[in-house]
Structures are given as C-alpha cells and as structure tokens.
Design a protein around this ligand. Structure first.
Ligand code: 5AD
Ligand code: SF4
Length: 440
C-alpha cells in the first residue's frame, strides 16, 4: 500500500476555527490523508484563516509568501485557503497568490475530498457556497480516535446581529442552530473517547434555538440535557451576546453543577452613544444590571469580555465611559482590540479615529484590565476549586490543568494523569498561573 498522504493545517483566529480544522482533518482522513505538524513534509497545506481584523487577514498573505519555497522544493504540494478569508475574498486569493490551488469557505469543508481530487488532477477548486446540505451531517462517520480531556463542539453558527464593525454576519452567514439530538450524539461520542469537558461554540451561542423534542430548545435546555451525560464533568459555552442572556440560562449558572463559573460576555464599549452607533441594541447600564443578575445566580462567576478602542467617532469621554464600565464590572479576563476597518461593514464608512489615539486608549484599557485580572487571580489563593488536569508540567511529577474559573493551575507531585479532575487548594498566584495542592 502506498504511504498515506500528509496534511498540515495551520489554524488562525477563534475556537470555531480550531473545531473546523479538526473536522477538515477528519474529512481528509477519509480521502487517505494523515495529519502532520511539519509543513515541509506535507502533500497538502491548508491555512484555516480569520478575517475579523485587518491584521489577521493580512497574516494569510505573508504566510502564503513563505510557502512559496516549499512549493518550489515540492511541485506536488497543494496549498489551500479555508475559513473566513476564503469566504470573504474567494477567487481574489488565487489572483493575488497564484500558488493557491484551493479555496474553501467555512460552510463547504465537507466537500474538501472532492475538491482535493480536482486539484490532484491539475485544476484549481473554489467553493464558498452556503450549501443546503448539512456539513456536520457528512462528518458524522468519523474515526473513534481517543481524545484529550477537553473538546470544542459547535452548536450554532453565524450571526444576525450586524454589529456595525463586524464581518461575521457576512463570512459565517446568518444564524443556524444544529438540532439538539445531533449535538447530544456528538457529545456522547466525545465522552466515549475520553473527553470530560465540552465547550459549546457559536458566534452567538446563547441565541441557540436548535430543533429538539417538543420544539426548539434554548441553550439552557441543551445544557441541562448535556448535564445528564455520565462521564461529562464540565460544560462551558462561548461567545454570548448580552441580549440573549435569557432567564433560564442565568438560572442554569446557579443550578447546574457541571456548568462552569466563567462567562465570556462581550460589551465592546461603555458609552451609550457608541453602543448605539455599533448597533449593539443595549446600554451600558443594561449590561451592568445583567451582570448583577448573573452574579446573584452564581456569586463567584468570573466575567470575561471583549472591547474595541477607537471605534469611529469615539471621543475621550466615550472612552472614559468604557473605563467606568470596566471599573463597575470587575473583569477576570478580557480581550481588547484597536478598531480595525473592515470593508463592507457600516462603520468602515464613518469618521475614523487616529491610529495613535486608538493605540493609546488600548494601552490604558489594557492597564486597567491587567490590574483587575491580577486581583481576581490573586483572590483565588486560599480557595479550593476543581481542576481538570490536561498535561504534565515542565517539572518532573508536575501536572497542569484548568480551574473551574479557567485559570491555569499547576500542582507538584500530583500523582494524577491527564483527564483527572481533583479539588485543589490554591496556594500561590504567579505571573500567568496558579499553584495548588490536591485536597481531594
Ligand atoms: N475591529 C476590532 N475588533 C473587532 N472585533 C470584531 N470586529 C472587529 C473590528 N472590526 C472584536 C470584537 C469581538 C471580537 C471577537 O473581535 O471585540 O467581540
Ligand atoms: Fe460580530 Fe456582533 Fe455578531 Fe458578535 S454579535 S459576531 S460582534 S456582529
């Protein structure tokens, strides 16, 4: 038998791309490919790309430039661009970078094997359709390989919110939820393969409304059904929109022991004027009240957020309102970005803020967030929390894992292996992680 062909996938951007890359590897497994982490030995290289900000999109072209020498060494090497840049730029990619053989959007990757065959026959292949057939369906017959203790599971894709800065509604399309039975089937399969923690993914995951027994299910209903799966110990979900934080989901945070005390709830800005211009459809006050209700249900929940500095027409006062909101909420984690003009989005047409002003505000915002993050992390010392161990640490006998609140935790001489869950008393707060000792 001929050696299997080798596939190298490089993943950029969000967790959904990580999930999609796994699915692409599985689809190509059916076409005789095995994965490799060495691009120089690959027969096919796929870049699974991100279009959310200009920098992310430009990375693809510089990476393609670097791949030119590999293709010169190995003329049989096939190069493909997948993900959101593929969706947004399509054929333009092949025009700009003729070494690209294949372009596949996020909704068509189940067709990769057929595309690969065309490419092997010397053609190019482009598919950025939003096909009616369900890509998840064709990916059901996958190998039963053993998995690590944590996994992502896409339950919802796309977005109908149209925030004025964001390309997602264009690259990922409108909101679609997978049927509950399919999600549960995939979750059971993951658990059989060793997974103990599942993070449910969706661009608007809390807007989930998948078909289920008795009608459409909410995300909370889905979480309660997952709660029944023996062997599944932890449930997380990301990313959420404030306006979709329904009462049943808030209540689940207080009542469902497997639902972890961590919530990523982006607000983007603390200025009502800017929120309105962003088309966020909520106010700063509304967001702060919402956080209060969530904390009433689960007092120790760690709140995480996303922020944009220098959105068009943002003034110093608007920015100050964002800092005030951050002070009011107290974040345990946050991601922040300078506004990046995205062609085709409404905000791209408006009065832009100077780059150095955006950068200065980002810097000040990150200073504040870093202090809050630090305080939240330090406050874990003395507490006992659950830790799911994922891998050995750098020191002999040491194990590292994630706490319930998603802090990295390391334990010396744990005497435990990957996939073990233990109660750990936190004894020290370091630069980027906590140290603990096992109590149970
Ligand atoms: N510029 C900067 N940040 C952006 N985000 C989305 N679009 C843009 C943009 N054009 C950020 C938002 C979002 C996160 C995933 O990326 O904060 O929540
Ligand atoms: Fe983009 Fe807004 Fe949709 Fe999030 S909710 S994906 S920021 S449009």
């Amino acid at each position: 038998m001929a050696d299997p062909k080798k596939l190298y996938i490089r993943t950029y951007g969000c967790q959904m791309n990580v999930y999609d890359s796994e699915r692409m590897a599985e689809a190509m497994g059916g076409a005789g490919y095995v994965g490799t982490d060495r691009p120089e030995e690959a027969d096919m290289i796929l870049l699974n790309t991100c279009h959310i900000r200009e920098k992310a999109a430009e990375k693809v072209y510089s990476e393609l430039g670097r791949l030119r020498s590999l293709k010169a060494d190995n003329p049989d090497l096939k190069i493909g661009v997948a993900g959101c840049v593929a969706q947004a730029e399509g054929e333009e990619i092949m025009r700009r970078q003729p070494l690209v053989d294949l372009v596949v959007g996020p909704q068509s990757y189940h067709r990769l094997p057929q595309m690969e065959a065309r490419v092997r026959a010397g053609e190019t292949a482009l598919d950025t359709d939003f096909p009616a057939d369900d890509k998840f369906d064709t990916l059901r017959h996958r190998p039963k390989a053993k998995r690590g203790p944590t996994a992502f599971l896409t339950v919802q894709e796309g977005c109908d919110k149209f925030c004025a800065f964001c390309v997602v509604p264009y690259t990922r399309g409108s909101e679609v939820s997978r049927p509950a039975s399919r999600v549960l089937e995939e979750a059971r399969d993951l658990v059989e393969r060793g997974v103990r923690e599942i993070t449910l993914l969706g661009q608007n995951v809390n807007a989930y409304h998948g078909a289920g027994e008795g009608g459409d299910w909410s995300l909370a209903r889905l979480i309660w059904a997952l709660d029944d799966i023996d062997g599944l110990e932890r449930i997380r979900f990301t990313t959420s929109h404030p306006n979709d934080m329904t009462d049943d989901l808030i209540a689940a945070h207080g009542a469902c022991a497997k639902l972890m005390p961590y919530l990523h709830l982006p607000v983007q800005s603390g200025s009502d004027r800017i929120l309105k211009r962003m088309n966020r459809k909520h106010t700063a006050e509304g967001y702060i009240r919402l956080i209060e209700r969530i904390r009433a249900a689960r007092p120790d929940i760690l709140i995480s957020g996303d922020f944009i500095t220098g959105f068009p027409e943002e003034t110093e006062d608007d920015f100050q309102a964002t800092l005030d909101l951050i002070e009011a909420v107290g974040y345990g984690q946050a991601f922040s970005f300078k506004y990046s003009t995205r062609p085709g989005t409404p905000a791209a047409e408006r009065g832009q803020v100077d780059e150095d002003v955006k950068a200065d505000r980002l810097h000040r915002l990150q200073d504040l967030i870093t202090r809050q993050q630090r305080a939240v992390q330090d406050a874990m010392v003395g507490r006992t929390v659950g830790v799911l161990f994922e891998k050995p640490g750098r020191l002999p006998g040491q194990m590292v894992g994630k706490s319930d609140h998603l802090h990295a935790v390391h334990v010396a001489d744990a005497g435990l292996g990957a996939g073990d869950l233990a109660q750990v008393e936190i004894v020290e707060s370091g630069a980027n992680s906590l140290a603990g000792r096992i109590v149970a």
